[in-house]
Design a protein around this ligand. Structure first.
Ligand code: AMP
Length: 422
């Protein structure tokens, strides 16, 4: 199948050709015709499947003016995302695929000044990409008008629910006409997602594609058992001895990310950390330096990494396993993207064996274990409980500020799981 057969207009085909895409991915083959047909869509698709183009291309087509000539931009499409990074990346895709069309887009998220966003919105946009908290701030200040929105996209809806955005989403939706097309994308279909879809979607076309990182294997998973206090040494050794030039490393905490990046620097490996406590500018700079190859190791927490679009990342390392098994799948979604091979390496100490079991249960298979000579774990070491920070209750949140704060990533907690005791 080719993009031409999907019925996309010439401007979009040209933009797609610029990107060097040969053929639509499975999700694009299914979502593009359904969306162009005006159907609501409920799609299960992870990052790395090409889902962004899957909704952006038909959305741009639907909004394209029939005739050339001067026109006024009216906000007709709204895309909600859980994090500012994902918002920025979706906005970049909208710009990229829409470059030959006379449509205007803007992105709004928290953690940056609201003034410039207000000016942009005042000039008029056709497409708005937003995180829920900041969008509510704009609605509160009446600096955005959603009354003409025809297409609503909820991207990574499961993560928005995990981050406690459900009330914010519902508040936002009250400002949008009921007569609209709604597209909901989610990596997982929990009961909550089903309930939300039931409320928001009308006879949706359900689209499911094999999760790239679980079923269709382009990623090689491997676990290296190692002692808790030798992980850093092993990581430096692996990066050096295997001559990895671009590695994304995950830690569980912001503090852990900072500390690890500092340690790696001391070991002579150019490193940067990104997490919710860093300013947007610092995060963007670190990501660009990493993409350009100026920084060899990018250390990230789960929230900060969400939606990172780094092409053809060959190595992802779980320096610490995530507390939530689904995060493992999200993390390794950064490697082996769009058909490229990748390697997902996990350094696992005795404390993390229960977490590893949960992940293997989710993946429905065992991950191969490989002890690196010289780093054999001491089997007599007793497991220690993994410290989890206290989660602030999301109940009783009445103002927008706490959700805006969440959009800024300053409290990246999600559904509490029982604390794991070794
Ligand atoms: P996404 O799942 O939307 O985050 O996209 C994952 C990656 O796949 C991005 O780097 C896209 O640029 C790339 N991509 C999207 N569509 C295609 C396609 N049809 N062929 C090749 N790569 C694609």
């Amino acid at each position: 199948m080719s993009f031409e057969t999907l019925g996309l207009r010439a401007e979009l085909l040209r933009a797609v050709a610029d990107q060097g895409y040969d053929a639509p991915t499975p999700i694009q083959q299914k979502s593009i015709p359904a969306i162009l047909d005006g159907r609501d869509v409920l799609a299960s698709a992870q990052t790395g499947t090409g889902k962004t183009a899957g909704f952006t291309l038909p959305l741009l087509q639907e909004l394209s003016p029939e005739t050339p000539g001067p026109r006024k931009s009216v906000l007709r499409a709204l895309i909600l995302t859980p994090t500012r990074e994902l918002a920025a990346q979706v906005a970049e895709s909208v710009e990229t695929y829409g470059r030959y069309l006379p449509l205007r887009s803007a992105v709004v998220y928290g953690g940056v000044k609201i003034g410039p966003q207000i000016s942009t919105l005042r000039r008029g946009v056709d497409i708005l990409i937003a995180t829920p908290g900041r969008l509510l701030d704009h609605l509160g200040q009446k600096t955005v008008d959603l009354s003409q929105v025809e297409i609503l996209v909820l991207d990574e809806a499961d993560r928005m629910l995990d981050m406690g955005f459900i009330h914010d989403i519902r508040k936002v939706i009250r400002h949008i006409p009921e007569q609209r097309q709604t597209l909901l994308f989610s990596a997982t279909f929990s009961r909550d997602i089903r309930a939300l879809a039931q409320d928001l979607l009308y006879e949706p076309e359900e689209i499911e594609v094999a999760a790239r990182n679980t079923a269709a294997e382009t990623v090689r998973h491997i676990v290296h058992p190692v002692d808790r206090d030798r992980k850093r040494e092993l990581l430096s050794f692996m990066i050096g001895s295997k001559n990895w030039q671009q590695v994304l490393v995950f830690t569980r905490t912001k503090h852990g990310a900072n500390r690890l990046a500092e340690h790696l620097e001391k070991d002579g490996l150019r490193s940067a950390a990104i997490h919710g406590n860093k300013s947007q500018g610092a995060r963007t700079r670190a990501l660009s330096a990493f993409k350009e190859g100026k920084v060899r190791v990018l250390v990230a927490t789960d929230i900060a990494s969400r939606g990172l679009d780094i092409d053809q990342l060959p190595h992802v390392v779980n320096y610490e396993l995530p507390n939530v098994p689904e995060d493992y799948v999200h993390r390794i979604g950064r490697t082996g993207r769009a058909g490229n091979d990748g390697e997902a390496v996990s350094l696992v100490c005795v404390d993390e064996f229960p977490l590893l079991k949960d992940i293997e249960r989710l993946l429905k298979r065992d991950i191969p274990k490989d002890v690196i000579p010289g780093y054999e774990p001491d089997l007599s070491v007793k497991p220690e409980p993994i410290q989890k920070k206290q989660r602030r209750s999301s109940r009783g949140r009445s103002s927008h500020s706490s959700s805006a704060q969440k959009a800024r990533g300053s409290s990246g907690h999600r559904t509490p799981k029982p604390v794991i005791r070794g």
